[in-house]
Each structure stands twice: as structure tokens, then as C-alpha cells.
Design a protein. Sequence first.
Length: 234
Amino acid sequence: MKRLALVLGGTGHVGAAVLEGLAAAGVRTLFTFAAAEGRAEELAARFRHTAERLDLRRADDVRGFAGRLLAAGDVPDVIVHVAAHPDWRALDDVDAAGWDDVFAVGVRGPFLLVQALAAPLRERGADLVFAAGMAPLRPVAAPPQAAAAQAALAGLARSLARALAPRVRANVVCLGTLDGGTATRAGASFAHDQQRFAALGRVGQAAEIARAILWLALENSYISGAILQVAGGL
């Protein structure tokens, strides 16, 4: 069966690397973006993928998107979630709206999508791979809304590994500090500390993360409900 991949957040630092890997593997791919229309058009043209705007904060939009996939017979058998809301405000500054937006993009949006597609996913089988930071594994210097959403996403993946079994595998990749993306919002001192504490003595590259995600998405056959740490030995 020829595979169809859906990448939530394809215009981001890791998302673009995942798109490149899927193109190299010859996998037909649909990816979503929230605001970076120019970037989405460029990536779609470069890798011959299809881009669609989707605001994961809007529950009705997510359900509508899932409905269009069902109506078109385009239910993916690979779903990669690498979208995140860019709210990096600290404990004293984040407000309720910011907290809700981070959870909507990071957790509720992918949940509603998978919930709507659950029946065909169970029937056909699928691989779900969700990307998070290190918060599900240890205390990290991340803002509370981001850390809490990452931990919730890990819990969601583990629940889906059971709820969609036995033909669906759901796993989480926990990322250390990278050479772009969210790391640019965390500040130079944070990246320096992560590099100093990592066993490999450096930050990660998006292509390295993408290879781990793509292995779980395209080659894995027996790992489900797991958290894979891809963080250079942090």
C-alpha cells in the first residue's frame, strides 16, 4: 500500500526537515501551516507536497479539515505532529489566553484530528509520531505552558497507543536543544547550557531529528507508546 503522510506544522524548523525526508522516500505528503504562507508555498513547490492552512487553535477548523480528508478518501496512514504555538512567555507573564493557545495547538488540535479519523486509522493501520521537548522526561527551563503541553502530549500518545491498537502505533520523540526553531526564542545562555550538559557536547540539527521521526513513521513495526529521547545525551 502506498503511504500518505500528514505533517502538522510543516513550515517549522523540524517540520521542513521531515518534509524533505518524506520527499526523498517518495511518500505523498500533505502538510499544514498556520501563518507562514510564503514558506509553505516554497516548501510545497520544492518537495512536490500539498500545503493547507490550518489553525489548530480552532476546533471547528480541525474537525472540518478531518471531514475533508474523509470525504476525499485521503486519510493518512502517517501523522507527524511537529506544530507548536510560539508563546515563550515566562511564568510571571503568560496569561490564560496564551496558556489555552499553547494547549490547543500542541495537544487539543491533534487529539481532535485523530479522534475524527479514528475509525479508518484503526481499520487500515497507521503510525503517529508526536514531537515534544524534554519536559515529559525531566525538569527543564521551559515556560510552564510549553512544559505542561509537552507532558500532556506524551500522555495523549500513550493513550492513543492503547485506544487505537493493535494496528496503530503512537510514539513521542523528545527533542533537546536544536540549531534553530524554538531554541532561538529560549536565548543564547539556555542553548549554551544545553550544549555544555549534553554528552555529545553540541546542539542537535533538524535533519537528525527528522531521521528519528521518519524511522518511527516509516520503518518501525513493534514500538508503540514509547518516548524516544533524541537529545545528544542530555
